[in-house]
Design a protein around this ligand. Structure first.
Ligand SMILES: *[C@@H]1O[C@H](CO)[C@@H](O)[C@H](O)[C@H]1NC(C)=O
Length: 263
């Protein structure tokens, strides 16, 4: 046998071993649950690699809608949210956002806008999630609303930096949030407490929006803004439902959030 032929066979052998291994680990990951809930339902794959892959799936929207984080990934989410990775991921999104914003031609008629979501975009609810299991508990609207009323959520530092830069470039800022109208004053108070100012508009859910998905509600508001002559250049949000739908902005910027998913 020629050395090349031998090497070829060895490579085939190694490759089939590797694929069989992949196959087995996939089988191991299929959950027992009768209703298959996607990657969030995986049991028994507690290693850091699985949780990193799950997070990637969430950030790329492959995971679609999910309710709570995989139970085995609580440690990863806790470490991610409190460690350097979350701030570094946010910094890179911020830098890419500004790099795009600097290419935008500002007309100076007050119609060039940038949209920001609020929760986990401008404001960090991490102090709330620290005591509520980092997304491992089913969302409790009552206790979350109590937290919102305190108006003590800190700014996400990169977002505050980007916000100031965009104001400096001449953008008008529109805040488009899934929070409800009854939370307007607590939200304004919190935004000012965190260092935000000079927004053009703060849009909250009205009674007529109850029951609408975030994609529908936010798309409708963007359509209204466009109908009023605003040019929406950028949109920053931690949820895909902040960014998808029609009209879509010229560029969308997805901030990291492995703790919860808003449909
Ligand atoms: C939700 O939060 C409220 C207020 O803190 C609490 O009274 C209630 O028991 C919680 N509900 C669940 C299901 O945990």
């Amino acid at each position: 046998m020629s050395p090349f032929r031998f090497l070829h066979l060895l490579l085939i052998l190694l490759f089939s071993y590797a694929s069989a291994n992949t196959y087995h680990s996939l089988l191991r990951m299929v959950p027992d649950d009768r209703v298959f809930s996607g990657s969030a339902g995986f049991r028994g794959a507690a290693d850091g690699i699985f949780c990193d892959s799950w997070r990637l799936s969430v950030e790329t929207n492959n995971a679609g809608h999910w309710r709570i984080i995989p139970e085995n990934c609580l440690g990863m989410v806790e470490e991610y949210m409190n460690g350097d990775r979350y701030s570094s991921d946010s910094d890179v999104v911020g830098a890419d956002s500004l790099s795009f914003a600097m290419t935008v031609q500002i007309e100076g008629d007050g119609k060039d806008i940038w949209i920001f979501d609020i929760d986990e975009t401008l404001l960090s609810n991490l102090p709330y999630y620290v005591v509520h299991g980092y997304g491992s508990e089913v969302f409790n609207e009552t206790s979350f609303d109590e937290w919102v009323d305190l108006a003590k959520a800190p700014a996400l530092p990169t977002s505050l930096w980007l916000y100031e830069e965009l104001l400096g470039l001449g953008f008008q800022i529109v805040l488009l949030t899934g929070r409800s109208e009854f939370q307007r004053s607590a939200t304004e108070k919190n935004l000012l407490f965190a260092g935000y100012h000079s927004w053009e508009r703060l849009i909250l859910r009205q009674t007529a929006d109850i029951g609408k998905s975030a994609v529908v509600y936010k798309s409708e508001r963007r359509a209204e803004l466009e109908a009023q002559g605003f040019r929406i250049h950028g949109n920053s949000g931690d949820q895909w439902s902040d960014l998808l739908g029609s009209p879509m902005t010229k560029r969308s910027f997805k901030l990291p959030n492995p703790m919860y998913c808003v449909e």
